[in-house]
Design a protein around this ligand. Structure first.
Ligand code: PLP
Length: 428
């Protein structure tokens, strides 16, 4: 225990903090859907840290691929200069997966896509925004209220929450925010717009699924005015929502697709994909106008390739769809039971696949729910832009037994909360 206390103190002393309330689990090891703490507790990971460990923690195929690559080569040269077999293998696999998804949507492979690797999701969006300006020669971007695209200056500029943008202004100019899901407002997109950037399902806004006509209407409007459509699938990609990519739910093919999080199989890797003729803009006038030292690191590529192969072999998108229905229905039932008894305050359960949100009517309940779940060994969390939604995003490899255990724990937690007078419905 002394070691644990010492680690906690050093965590606070030496690491820059992102809030005054870190979760603070002292990690010992992880495996599958579980994280084990140095205190000897085990936790079922129901957020995949966040939306990353789709294939489970330390997936054996990924661990093996990393070990093999460690024995061959690490960094040899900045991205784009040397021919690295593992980087090519990953790019071929990823491009093929994206093209196949486009084919499922449009019936044909119309374009040759290419992949530009980055270290993170925010860098993927930075690259996508720069590419859109360079390719179109236009300046303006359209983004959506309550979106989240990352914390570097460009991505933050198109993030739709004033409270996070304001302390860092001036940011990029010529950005307009429209209400997410509102088809009527899309008429504001005009010929001055380089690109529209959006998540297909807003994650940090509280798992917001748009109406079915929204993304098709957005695609249509972008085509009418010659603006590029950037879909940020950093959180939704790689099976999370029950399809390989969330754009497949609405039959909409983006011009630029950004990815991250689950791509690396637990290693840092992101990137953006676009048709070859768009990508060409980064290789000329002037050449080398968008470069990276570590983007596409061989270890990350080896890990990502193994993760993609595993996702495909195990058909994890389909698994997420089936498990997602089971979990969502069960959570709705729990919400209904407790509403009837007047004991809890669940307003909504929503989402697609294994990207779900539980909305409470009071932020105090959300906080107490998350805390109590953690105490019982279930890791759930909030979302950045709302204090009322609990994020549910387990690894896609989660099994029925684990889901049942999580559901039992949730029922227990709700029962416990309903006994706290300041949190029950009757106190409203
Ligand atoms: C939709 C979306 N885009 C971009 C990012 C930023 O990714 P990263 O934290 O890897 O920079 C996130 C992170 O949560 C995200 O959810």
């Amino acid at each position: 225990m002394l070691e644990v206390e010492r680690l906690k103190q050093k965590f606070l002393r030496y690491l820059s903090q992102t809030s005054d309330e870190p979760i603070g689990i002292v990690v010992d090891r992880s495996e599958g859907c579980w994280i084990y703490s140095k205190e000897g507790k085990r936790y079922l990971d129901f957020i995949s840290g966040i939306a990353v460990t789709n294939i489970g923690h330390r997936n054996p195929k990924v661990v093996q691929a990393i070990k093999r690559q460690v024995d061959r080569y690490l960094h040899t040269m900045v991205y784009g200069e040397f021919v690295q077999d593992v980087q090519i293998a990953l790019a071929e696999k990823l491009v093929t997966l994206v093209q196949e998804a486009c084919k499922r949507v449009s019936g044909k492979i119309e374009w040759e896509w290419q992949y530009y690797p980055t270290n993170s999701g925010t860098e993927a969006n930075e690259g996508a925004l720069k590419l859109a300006r360079k390719f179109t020669g236009r300046k303006k971007f359209i983004a959506f209220k309550n979106s989240f695209h990352g914390d570097t200056f460009g991505s933050l500029s198109v993030t739709g929450r004033e409270v996070y943008r304001h302390p860092f202004e001036p940011l990029l100019s010529e950005i307009e925010f429209l209400p997410f899901g509102d088809v009527k407002s899309l008429k504001n997109i005009n010929e001055s717009v380089a690109a529209v950037i959006t998540e297909p399902i807003q994650g940090e806004a509280g798992i917001i699924v748009p109406p079915d006509d929204f993304l098709p209407s957005l695609r249509k409007r972008c085509d009418e005015v010659g603006a590029l459509l950037i879909l940020d699938e950093v959180q939704t990609g790689f099976g999370r929502t029950g399809e390989w990519f969330a754009f497949e739910h609405w039959g909409v093919v983006p011009d630029i697709l950004t990815v991250g999080k689950a791509l690396g199989g637990g290693m840092p890797l992101g990137g953006f994909l676009a048709r070859r003729e768009i990508m060409r803009a980064f290789a000329e006038n002037p050449p080398l106008c968008h470069v990276t030292t570590f983007g596409g690191h061989p270890i990350s590529c080896a890990s990502a390739l193994a993760a993609l192969n595993f996702t495909e072999e195990e058909n994890l998108p389909q698994r997420a769809k089936i498990m997602g229905v089971k979990l969502k229905e069960a959570l709705k039932k729990i919400a209904e039971d407790y509403r009837v008894k007047g004991m809890s305050e669940i307003e909504d359960v929503r989402g697609k696949g294994l990207m779900l949100g539980i909305e409470f009517s009071k932020k105090e309940t959300t906080k107490a729910f998350v805390k109590s779940c953690l105490e019982k060994g279930l890791i759930v969390g909030g979302t950045l832009h709302t204090e009322k939604v609990v994020r549910i995003a387990p690894p896609l490899v989660i099994n029925e037994e684990e889901i049942d255990w999580a559901l039992e724990t949730i029922v227990e937690v709700l029962k416990g909360l309903s006994r706290k007078p300041n949190l029950s419905l009757s106190s409203q």
